[in-house]
Design a protein around this ligand. Structure first.
Ligand code: SAH
Ligand code: SF4
Ligand code: F3S
Length: 453
């Protein structure tokens, strides 16, 4: 319920009275950034009198916070819109598309009459206004990108159900123009959020009992707020509470600095895990992708990470079948995977995104059967590497943050080690948010099977 004793200064009373108790349902797709954005959207709508619901059948407003990164992500969401429209047959419902697809497809989403509101990632403050106008029967769109918006002053409504782990967005947009990537077009230019507001949010998380925060940006190493670097910010957040873990994502190989690695090494509560997307093992392909590093540079960064933190997990993203990729290029990717021995990877085949540099410059010329075959070869290799990585942990004692009961077996708990690896163990004494020490007894490719010590 709205608390009238603590009315924020910027409150629009008319909007509140119009919307009191209107129920909003939001489905979130895409990356962690979108999850964090949905939390911001719930906060903005909450101030305007809306309440959150997890039941689509009772929602007055149904929204999807969307992703454009690959064609299949978009196709899935277009299918969901048809499902949303079914709800509108029985009652008045406002349907909103927000996020990256809203930004990419703009007015096109309004044609066909299925969608009432289209709002891009920098237009969320206007959502109460847009929804109110749409309720009067006028479809609304705001896809203006901002150079300043960071939602720094907004306290997100946390969605993590067990209250253990929180996302903190530290920057928005991206200034790299990797040739395959739609993100710079959907999220706009890079901006760093005020470091003080980030630390304040981390303090707030600690006070509310969160045990882990993940700092989010497309390229965290290029964070810079009035001279505060990412390494400095990381140190500041790590000092908020020694019992609150700090994670971050994503690190770009071209920018990850020794300063960041040394800061990680200096604070035991910064998790020993770096997500370092490589995309390809071939220098020729990396250049076409406009990634500004070579395979040798990447391997040097990996070596430096391991020199400074021998126990640091390294995970990656890779794209199979980018424009003009040959068998030899593909081999180089497999070789790089083998050399690094990644702990885990997100693996995709190339999906051409309209308007990107690659779509304009290079034909999407690797046949789909070849793309999927190469992707499957990478997946098979990574499955083996993940298993080998997990086997290396057998016998080790790890500190794990409890997330809750394991999905497979309710008498077991699950939680992540600092490396981000999922652990399960028999336990009836602990609960979500506790730290426990476990010993790894066995493993599968996806999970460490442990016992309490
Ligand atoms: N900012 C991050 C990546 C964000 S997108 C970085 O630079 O590493 C997440 C991943 O999606 C990318 O790392 C890439 O592997 C994949 N991806 C992006 N565009 C893609 C496309 N057009 N086709 C297939 N995969 C893509
Ligand atoms: Fe996309 Fe490259 Fe920016 Fe990552 S760094 S979001 S891959 S343009
Ligand atoms: Fe997708 Fe947008 Fe994230 S395109 S991956 S939701 S930044």
């Amino acid at each position: 319920m709205y608390n009238f004793l603590h009315v924020p200064k910027d409150t629009n009373f008319l909007a509140i009275f119009a919307n009191v108790n209107k129920k909003v349902y939001i489905e979130t797709y895409g990356c962690q950034m979108n999850v964090a954005d949905t939390e911001v959207v719930f906060s903005i709508l909450g101030k305007a009198g809306y309440v959150r619901t997890e039941a689509i059948e009772e929602a007055d407003v149904i929204m999807a916070n969307t992703c454009s990164i690959r064609d299949n992500a978009e196709q899935r969401i277009l299918g969901r819109i048809d499902r949303f429209v079914v709800e509108r047959r029985t009652r008045p419902v406002i349907i909103g598309i927000i996020g990256c697809m809203a930004e990419r497809l703009k007015e096109d989403l309004l044609s066909g009459g299925k969608v009432d509101v289209v709002a891009g990632p920098d237009a969320y403050r206007r959502l109460p206004e847009l929804l109110a106008a749409a309720a009067e029967g006028h479809p609304q769109i705001d896809v203006i990108l901002s150079r300043e918006e960071t939602y720094a002053d907004i306290s997100p409504v946390r969605l993590d159900r067990n209250g253990v782990s929180a996302f903190i967005s530290i920057m928005r947009g991206c200034n790299n123009v990797c040739s395959y990537c739609v993100v710079p077009y959907t999220r706009g230019v890079e901006r760093s959020r005020d470091a003080r507001s980030i630390v304040r949010e981390a303090c707030d998380c600690a006070q509310k009992g969160y045990k882990e925060v993940t700092l989010l940006g497309q390229n965290v190493d290029s964070y810079n707020f009035e001279g505060t670097t990412f390494a400095q910010l990381l140190g500041m957040v790590a000092q908020v509470s020694p019992s609150m873990r700090v994670r971050f994502s994503t690190s770009n190989p071209q920018d990850i600095s020794d300063e960041v690695l040394l800061t990680m090494a200096a604070f035991p509560n910064i998790c020993r895990h770096i997500h370092l997307p490589v995309q390809s093992g071939s220098d020729r392909i990396l250049e076409k992708m406009r990634r500004r590093y070579t395979a040798a540079w990447y391997l040097e960064r990996v070596a430096r990470i391991r020199e400074i933190m021998p126990d640091c997990a390294i995970t990656t993203d890779v794209i199979a079948g980018f424009c003009s990729e040959t068998e030899e290029d593909h081999r180089m990717t497999l070789d790089l995977f083998e050399t690094v021995g990644f702990d885990a990877a997100f693996m995709f085949y190339y999906s051409e995104r309209p308007g990107t540099l690659a779509a304009r410059k290079y034909p999407d010329d690797v046949p789909i059967e070849v793309k999927t075959r190469r992707l499957n070869e990478i997946i098979d290799l990574q499955n083996r590497l993940s298993l080998e990585s997990n086997k290396r942990d057998i016998g080790k004692e790890l500190e794990v943050l409890v997330e809750g009961p394991s999905k497979r077996n309710p008498s077991e708990l699950c939680g992540r080690a600092g490396s981000s690896k999922m652990c399960v163990w028999a336990d009836s004494a602990h609960k979500a948010g506790d730290y426990v020490r476990v010993r790894v007894k066995d493993c599968t490719q996806a999970t460490l099977l442990c016992e309490l010590v």
